[in-house]
Ligand binder design. Structure first.
Ligand code: PEP
Ligand code: MG
Length: 597
């Protein structure tokens, strides 16, 4: 069970898809099932003994818990079945393992949590490589033991650990439940094996303004917590165990880039006016408290999309009405007079592991979003009550994710109305809430005129719209080349939806990632969009592009795009016309790249 902690592995490089720009050197924090909230902290020599004692106390606590569970199992199932806990108990008593953790604390002056995570992860990786199925599966015992000790350590956190260092999150894929448990305010970068431009890892990283890369294939399998790593999303490269020379080169580049970084735009009003006087509203998409500061910093016109499922940190556990109420009231306050749109839990699909809902054969087409809410009515009713109550504190609206047609909307509206009546009967404070529909699947596009008659507003979720119109999994890097936001079928769907909203005189907020990309935003204006919601840090660059264009010119380009047969043709038009018309706002690098034949 000895794990060598001093061996120096070879430098290795991975290429991937850059989804948020930046260059950083950091230490790996590998995330797998049940990862606890662990970050490295540097401790003073004088605190080493205290830290080692914390570790031993946590081990004793974990042992105590396991013994209790074992006794209970012996009573219920008989002595024969209780022996399975002995393996975990033996691991906790393993002298070599605890010596290694002590050494790590001592030599690296690390906090106990980080030492347990680093050594535990290395042990896990040894098991993962074992050919024997039975032994390999014992890895889950190790995970359980690590989890238990980390849990015990989290009980009491001394003040000297407050200055945590930042880590590079490395994962196969990041689910909202994992994201919600992490403190991403301390993450320096995020890299995942799977994912695409619109996967949630990418959206979150852009929201936090930290570099991110996806599609790194098997990086996670080779990276261990504590390893030194460089993430260079300018070059589309990740370097694990970089040599001293590579680190030096990287440090020089970081210094140079930091000194030449442009100053972020001052906060604005959230309204941008095109050169011909068309007013366009720019709102913020938010998921995590770490992103909240960006809403006022970049002058967003309220919150156009609050992805509420990021509140759900604990697998299988729903938040109480009270906790949700507090979270939504905070969002309402943050959004100010322009208000916030809370999306009902968009669970399922790529958004939750099997922890919250049963695993399905085809999750993207399964019990996702509004379908999940309607099937789990108690969950839906609790969330709706919390939102209506929080609406008394500030302006809040509800948007229903992934509706297929009018019937999904009507069912949800009935429940919302019933909960409002109940709250009034109970004498609880409540506020007015408008109800909108996310238009992101083909059936909703085809019935948009009908849906528009029964809702207060539309939100166009272009990430899912592209996924479902083109039948391309948004988080599968293998089909990233087929994920074409400017495909004529996508543009036609957007145009049809915007027309339906206009005819019904309801607002339509475009809130997918297309809205944060200046060139796409111009095409969207050309199609008739005047209301956008995006990652707050994108607001300055979208403002700059939109304020420099004439919406009539954009409309003529969009009309030409709608006549095309392929995404290649549309992209060609966008490249040529944008460069000819607005060379001061667009360069070849900020336009869709020409696909190699
Ligand atoms: C979308 O689908 O475009 C959207 C805004 O929602 P999400 O990315 O969370 O699915
Ligand atoms: Mg969506």
């Amino acid at each position: 069970m000895v794990v060598e902690i001093t061996a120096k592995p070879e430098e290795r490089r991975w290429q991937g898809l850059s989804v948020s720009e930046g260059l950083v050197i950091g230490r790996v924090l590998r995330i797998h099932r049940g990862t606890k909230h662990v970050y490295p902290a540097h401790i003073e020599v004088g605190d080493v003994a205290k830290e080692i004692k914390r570790f031993h106390d946590a081990v004793e606590q974990a042992k105590g818990q396991l013994l209790t569970i074992k006794e209970r199992a012996a009573k219920r199932l008989g002595q024969d079945h209780a022996y399975i806990f002995d393996a975990n108990l033996l691991m906790l008593e393993d002298r070599k393992l605890s010596d290694e953790i002590e050494d790590y604390i001592n030599i690296k002056r690390a906090n106990a949590e980080w030492a347990v995570k680093v050594i535990g992860d290395r042990l896990l990786s040894v098991y993962a490589e074992i050919k024997d199925d039975y032994l390999r599966e014992r890895g889950s015992d190790i995970e359980d033991v690590i989890h238990r000790v980390l849990e015990a350590l989290s009980g009491e956190r001394p003040a000297y650990l407050d200055s945590v260092e930042e880590a590079v999150i490395v994962s196969e894929d990041l689910l909202p439940s994992a994201v919600a448990e992490l403190d991403l305010g301390h993450a320096r970068a995020i890299v995942t094996d799977a994912g695409g431009w619109t996967s949630h890892t990418a959206i979150i990283a852009r929201g936090l303004g930290i570099p991110a890369m996806v599609g790194l294939e098997d990086l996670c399998q080779h990276a261990r917590t504590g390893d030194v790593i460089i993430v260079d999303s300018y070059k589309g490269e990740v370097v694990l165990h970089p040599s001293v020379a590579t680190i030096e080169r990287c440090r020089a580049e970081v210094a140079q880039r930091t000194s030449s970084r442009p100053v972020p735009a001052a906060s604005g009003t959230g309204i941008v006016v095109t050169s011909d006087g068309l007013q366009i509203r720019l709102r913020a998409n938010v998921e995590l408290p770490a992103e909240f500061a960006g809403v006022s910093r970049y002058g967003a016109s309220g919150i156009g999309l609050y992805r509420s499922e990021f509140l759900l940190a604990q697998p299988g556990v729903m938040l109480s009405e009270e906790k949700q109420y507090r979270a939504y009231a905070e969002v309402a306050e943050l959004a100010g007079r322009n208000g916030a749109v809370v999306r009902l839990f968009d669970l399922g699909g790529d958004k939750s592991g099997d922890a919250v809902i049963d695993s399905e054969r085809n999750p993207a087409l399964g019990l996702r979003a509004i379908r999940f809410c309607l099937r789990h009515e108690t969950v839906l009713r609790t969330q709706v009550r919390a939102i209506i109550r929080a609406a008394a504190k500030g302006r809040l609206d509800i948007v229903l994710p992934m509706v297929a047609d009018v019937s999904d909307v009507l069912r949800a509206q009935t429940i919302i109305a019933e909960e409002r009546t109940k709250l009034e009967t109970e004498g609880k404070d409540s506020g007015p809430v408008r109800v909108g529909a996310m238009i992101e699947v083909p059936s909703a596009v085809f019935t948009a005129e009908k849906i528009a008659r029964v809702v207060d507003f539309f939100e166009l979720g272009t990430n899912d719209l592209v996924q479902y119109i083109l039948a391309v999994d948004r988080s599968n890097d293998k089909v990233a080349d087929w994920f074409r936001s400017l495909h004529p079928a996508v543009l036609e769907s957007i145009s049809k939806t915007l027309n339906a909203a206009r005819e019904a005189a309801i607002p339509a907020i475009v809130c997918g990632e297309m809205a944060s990309t200046p060139a796409y935003a111009v095409v969207l204006v050309g199609l008739g969009a005047t209301d956008f919601s995006m990652t707050p840090s994108s607001i300055p660059r979208v403002t700059r592009a939109l304020s420099g264009i004439d919406s009539q010119d954009a409309a003529s380009i969009a009309a030409e795009c709608l006549r095309c047969s392929t995404a290649d043709e549309v992209e060609e038009i966008v490249r040529e016309r944008f460069l000819a018309q607005w060379p001061q706002f667009f360069t070849p690098k900020t336009l869709p790249l020409q696909k190699s034949q």
